[in-house]
Design a protein. Structure first.
Length: 65
């Protein structure tokens, strides 16, 4: 998920009636930080979801320094 940050990844979960995306960041061997999840409603990831993911990752990483 290079649109968010280096080291950020996207998990795609698809069910019969819905699709969900989860953004997460692997912080070495210490932890996996799940910083944003949303229900997918279109083919392309909305820019507002990417922007919110960037903001949340920045906040989480800043608090854990």
């Amino acid at each position: 998920m290079s649109d968010l940050a280096s080291g950020a990844h996207e998990l795609r979960v698809t069910g019969q009636t819905t699709a969900v995306r989860v953004f997460y960041f692997v912080k070495l061997a210490e932890a996996i930080l799940v910083f944003h999840a949303f229900r997918k409603q279109s083919q392309k990831t909305p820019k507002r979801e990417i922007a919110l993911g960037k903001q949340r990752l920045k906040e989480v990483l800043h608090e854990n320094i």
